[in-house]
Design a protein around this ligand. Sequence first.
Ligand SMILES: [Zn+2]
Length: 188
Amino acid sequence: MREMKVVALSIGHSPQDGGSVMTSRKHSEFSFWTAHIGKVKDELERLGYEAVVCNRSEAGGTTPIYAARRCNAVGADLAVEFHFNGADTGIGGTETLYWYASKNGKKAAELIQAAMCDVLRLPDRGLKPIKCKSDRGYYYFKDTRMPALMLEPAFASSHVTDCDRLEERVDALCVAIARAIDGYFQQV
Ligand SMILES: [Zn+2]
């Protein structure tokens, strides 16, 4: 029998800082994903995975390095951290971040990015390889011992269309992300 794969579903930011806030003012990144991540977990469990919802503060801090520590402690085969984006330039769309040197991280990123774009139908801003200390989440990607991603499905803190779309379609998005994770494990 196949060993059950473990997926860490890491909620970005922390109860202390929350991250950015939606244009609707309804949620921070942390509170939004706290409210919705259970749907990703449920679908993964239905598909035969162990899914562990976790966050940085459980490892004792609020910065990305604590997300890495927590995902390592979980013993995950894949780590996915959930965010939403913001910019002061008016741009919108969907991005997925991965560690530049991880082939499997890139594979998972391709599958989840395609799944998110398919549901949200926002501009596809593609995959963002993380390599430099100045890049977003550098220490999360550097210190995780498994392929690791950060998901930025929409510019929900700066773009009203992105925020509306994310709120309207989050249930379908959660299911699509879980199914893309399943697709990844079928391929590696
Ligand atoms: Zn964030």
